[in-house]
Design a binder for this molecule. Sequence first.
Ligand code: NDP
Length: 246
Amino acid sequence: MKKLANKIALVTGGSRGIGAATVRRLASDGALVAFTYTNSAETAEAIVNEINAADGRAIAIRADSSKSADIIHAVNKTVAEFGGLDILVNNAGIYIGKDFQEHTIEEYDQLMDVNVKAVYVAALEAVKHLKAGGRIITIGSNMADNAIGPQTTLYTMSKSALQGFTRGLARDLGPKGITVTLVQPGPTHTDMNPDNTEQAGYLRSRMALPNYGSVEDVAGLVSFLASDEGKQITGSWVTVDGGLNA
Ligand code: NDP
């Protein structure tokens, strides 16, 4: 039997990058997977078709993480479609990097709404459905522990907030048998952080392993934490950064 057989998962931002790899990995481990996207309707549909053609089950839901009503809708649609929820993966995130003085309050709202508030809202809605054995897994960043350089204040601040969220909620949900964990990727080749830029060369020079991570490296860890093997891990995080923070 596959390790996530009959589990029901919702992954936010599952149309590209780390989220798409996580959707594929959870589905190949046997989970029924719903995922959200904002713009990439065609890509989302292709992922659904690919999973369904391989005898898995997936659905794509257009839901903007910056809108609380969309997130609540995504959780409820997942439950209505599959009959419950076992695993919430908060993956959707955005990056805005620029000199601190150039930031606007609108950018603060935009980034914090997606990177922090959406995580909180999704968890708030998900706990209505999660049972013992449930999982809340959030994708943070190695930058929560290492700001790396200038122009990172806003993003680093948002990802650090997820550490507090993870610690606190683990205490709230522990008595119910639900774990809350944080996966902190380092440089990982995606549209957000391609491995062939000048910035990528700099990041690679700071890593213990001089290789960019792959989306599968992160998805594999999410799968482990979602499975029964991860049942004793809660309130803490694992950093998958090729030793950038070492
Ligand atoms: P990408 O930009 O490659 O993909 C982002 C995904 O999130 C897409 O599926 C996109 O949907 C979706 N998304 C973006 N905004 C929203 C929104 N408002 N509502 C719903 N979905 C949204 O990002 P990555 O895969 O690189 O990053 C995924 C997560 O990993 C983020 O939280 C990021 O901060 C984190 N991370 C990434 C690192 C890296 O090096 N790549 C390093 C550390 C952390 P659509 O296709 O429709 O636009």
